[in-house]
Design a protein around this ligand. Structure first.
Ligand code: GLY
Length: 394
């Protein structure tokens, strides 16, 4: 009898511990260990492809690579730097150095607004972790290249050169390149960088945002008068819709601008954007946004894991900038996002998914490009968010 009671108790303990949700620290450690395995495999593939960087998978599941001038080139090296930071394993440092060096020539590229993504995720993380002075020189040259795209009479850095007849298109995504320029301000002491970042942020706050704190994707300006010419979309469902990745780029950008300037208006703005996203009736329960908050086929619309990862990373930082109860609320949403992304619904299995970490992102649905695929920036911001959350636990 006694033996039976003991046996039943053991079974009950085992069963109940199996049903217990995993703690977030366990999920983070597992996800980072998995990321190391996947990206080691990815590096083995990429080291045999000189000058190229991973980008996504095509519809047959084959790897699509990119040259260094593609806007996402910095994310794979940046993820390798994060994994080196986490593991202290010299193998990741060597891999990160090798992949970072493939992007160096972009420091002279004045034809793109994405140098922050390209150079700051790669060389910027490399400099932070190694103090390699040559990285600093590359970054400062790149920052000079980027500000050639600034229009003083508009108060913004131009995005694309020519598209759809727009004179000076500025996309909300541009907010993400300001962290790089704020770094250049701090290192060089040149206040031009600071002024450009503040002007760009203020102009964007004024012209890109609607009264509900959702954002247009593209605002195009008249280059002569500096006035708004058109407000439209390129990657969203409609001109008036809330394209998800654009919303989270904006959120992340204003969090960074508050961190870097201490200007209260940027924090207030970031909070309003966060509230728009969190309270949106079309935000799914697992907190991984549909690719557009106004996609007509919700709840069957594709999800965008990249938007979930970027938002999680931004919310973790934002949670440290606000008082309770907002702080716990933002961290709680980010935790739900990390749990979702780390679940089999979004996270791949070892050796699958072309060695990318996350599944189910959307690059440009209207362009029928990169729909429901892995993307290097989803992986990068997922790893970043894991490390940011882990730092709060340590
Ligand atoms: N900047 C391009 C994108 O977010 O797709």
């Amino acid at each position: 009898m006694k033996k039976n009671i003991l046996l039943i108790s053991v079974i009950l303990i085992v069963v109940s511990s199996c049903n217990k949700p995993k703690t977030i620290d366990k999920i983070i450690d597992e996800s980072l260990a998995f990321s190391m395995k996947q990206y080691s495999l990815m590096y083995d593939v990429m080291k045999e492809k000189p000058d190229l960087l991973p980008r996504t998978l095509d519809t047959t599941g084959a790897l699509v690579t990119a040259k260094s001038n593609w806007w996402t080139s910095g994310f794979f090296p940046g993820s390798l730097w994060y994994l080196y930071e986490y593991s202290k394993d010299v193998k990741f440092r060597e891999a990160a150095e090798a992949m970072t060096s493939r992007i160096e020539k972009e420091k002279d590229n004045t034809g793109t607004h994405d140098l922050g993504f390209m150079l700051y995720c790669s060389f910027g993380n490399g400099l932070r972790l190694t103090s390699n002075e040559s990285y600093r020189d590359v970054l400062l040259t790149g920052a000079q290249s980027l500000i050639t795209r600034y229009h003083p009479n508009i108060g913004c850095i131009q995005s694309w050169n020519s598209r759809r007849g727009w004179q000076c298109p500025v996309i909300i995504d541009n907010m993400m390149n300001l962290e790089f320029l704020m770094w250049a301000f701090k290192v060089s002491g040149d206040s031009t960088y600071y002024r450009i970042c503040v002007n760009h942020s203020d102009t964007t706050m004024k012209n890109h945002y609607r009264p509900d704190f959702s954002s247009w994707h593209v605002v195009s300006y008249d280059t002569l008068t500096g006035n708004v010419e058109k407000k439209q979309t390129a990657q969203g469902y409609a001109d008036e819709s809330a394209w998800s990745r654009g919303q989270v780029w904006g959120l992340y950008g204003y969090v960074v601008m508050f961190r870097e300037t201490g200007l209260q208006r940027y924090l207030d703005h970031a909070v309003k954007v966060a509230e728009f996203l969190i309270n949106h009736p079309n935000m799914p329960e697992d907190k991984i946004p549909y690719w557009d908050f106004n996609a007509p086929d919700i709840p069957d619309a594709k999800r965008d894991a990249s938007a979930g990862a970027i938002m999680a990373s931004a919310l973790i930082e934002l949670s440290g900038m606000v008082e309770e109860p907002a702080s716990s609320k933002y961290l709680g949403i980010a935790e739900t996002q990390l749990r979702s992304l780390a679940s089999p619904a979004y996270r791949a299995k070892t050796g699958e998914n072309g060695n990318f970490i996350l599944k189910h992102s959307v690059g440009s649905l209207p362009g029928n490009s990169e729909v429901d695929v892995p993307l290097t920036y989803a992986d990068y911001y997922f790893i970043e968010a894991l490390l940011r959350y882990k730092a709060l636990l340590d």
